[in-house]
Design a protein around this ligand. Structure first.
Ligand SMILES: NC(=O)c1ccc[n+]([C@@H]2O[C@H](COP(=O)([O-])OP(=O)(O)OC[C@H]3O[C@@H](n4cnc5c(N)ncnc54)[C@H](O)[C@@H]3O)[C@@H](O)[C@H]2O)c1
Ligand SMILES: [Zn+2]
Length: 352
């Protein structure tokens, strides 16, 4: 598959690690570090090494898995490890893992000694179709997601579907939600194609199409001043539900499960506040409910959800701003909607 160019760096697909081999053999780097979490160091590193014919030398830095470890304490530990290993400005960091590893590894690399080169090798579906593009790095502070970070591009990104074979089903379904979003906001035929596909075995072509869509959008608007906001479709309500679930549910929703609920609610908002039709809403709701477990949004959580939406960092001047569908495959942004409409969209989801 043809590599994609994104703002000066290249995204490679499917067994195209030859470019990385060439880079490693070029002697451009004094040392190579691989950052992996406890799972990807065990599961993905052997595959990664075998794809590279085991020929290169590196130091492994292992971190704990999970969002709760995407924090400043782990960064300090890793910066110190880099110092102990005498990493200099000509060192290279390879981030091998899901979005937690690529976000935090990118942040560490972009700040260590004012910035060293890094390469991302995303190993979850979510990180392949979403976190792989756009140059956002970051960590959480006191559970506030992505509070501190940079816009820094990796030297290269390698997207290899072979890594997905070991990914748990729930993680696949979570990443698949971002693919559905790409279809909903930008490409109706792609959305229709996804409806016929099996999320357990996402095809390399579909992953490629998702990356291509995100890349097109962020290339037009790298710093989220306008068009990039369409990527937030489903996320205003979805993030609030995700945050609520994290604190209140024994088995919290994944990001993808939460934004899938957000798609349904925000599609309902799109009927009243944009030009989406009732038929299109029915189709979206039906598809989402056929894939994602039904969740009950408790009435007593509605106020908390509104507060969470108010604190969304994407708002301006205290107004909750939505990205809404004009039709399946076309999205608009900066839409203000009434509180009453937001609440009825939650009721609509519950009524399904
Ligand atoms: N930078 C961006 O633009 C961007 C975009 C979307 C999401 N994100 C960030 O991505 C993070 C979520 O990423 P994620 O969903 O990949 O979560 P994650 O990195 O926590 O990975 C999920 C789990 O899967 C395991 N895992 C990873 N690859 C595996 C494999 N191949 N086989 C088996 N297990 C594997 C991990 O160890 C982890 O336990 C969030 O922090 C989010 O903020 C960033
Ligand atoms: Zn998302």
């Amino acid at each position: 598959m043809e590599p994609l160019t994104s703002a000066g760096h290249t995204l490679y697909f499917e067994s195209s690690l030859a470019a990385l081999k060439t880079l490693l053999e070029s002697n451009k780097y004094s040392k190579v570090f691989v950052l992996a979490d406890e799972h990807t160091s065990e599961i993905c590193l052997p595959l990664f090494q075998s794809l590279l014919d085991d020929f290169w030398e590196f130091d492994l830095i292992e971190t704990s898995a999970g969002e709760e470890n995407k924090n400043i304490d782990f960064c300090i530990g890793i910066w110190k490890t880099l110092l102990d290993f005498e990493a200099d400005r000509k060192s290279l960091m390879i981030n091998l893992g899901g979005g937690v590893v690529t976000d935090m590894g990118g942040f560490i690399a972009s700040t260590y000694k004012r910035g060293i080169d890094f390469i991302n090798v995303p190993t979850t579906l979510l990180s392949q179709v979403d976190a792989s593009v756009g140059g956002k790095t970051g960590i959480d502070i006191d559970n506030v997601k992505n509070m501190v970070g940079t816009f820094t591009l990796p030297q290269m990104v390698f997207i290899e579907t072979a890594f997905l074979k070991t990914l748990p089903q729930r993680e696949l379904l979570s990443g698949f939600a971002e693919m559905i979003k790409h279809g909903l906001i930008y490409d109706k035929p792609y959305y229709e194609k996804l409806k016929e596909s099996n999320y357990l075995t996402p095809s390399a072509q579909d992953i490629y199409r998702s990356v291509e869509i995100k890349n097109e959008v962020v290339t037009i608007d790298p710093h989220e001043k306008n068009l990039r906001k369409i990527l937030n479709f489903g996320h205003t309500i979805g993030h609030a539900i995700e945050g609520y679930s994290l604190v209140n549910d024994k088995n919290p929703l994944t990001h993808g499960e939460a934004i899938a609920i957000g798609f349904v609610c925000e599609a309902a908002l799109s009927i009243k506040n944009s030009t989406l039709t009732k038929e299109e809403l029915n189709d979206i709701s039906g598809y989402i409910l056929s894939l994602y477990p039904k969740y009950h949004i408790k009435k007593e959580s509605f106020d908390t959800l509104l507060e969470l939406m108010q604190s969304d960092k994407k708002n301006e001047d205290g107004n909750i701003l939505f990205s809404l569908l004009e039709s399946t495959g076309k999205c608009t942004f900066n839409c203000r909607v009434s509180t009453a409409d937001i609440l009825s969209s939650l009721d609509y989801y519950n009524s399904l």
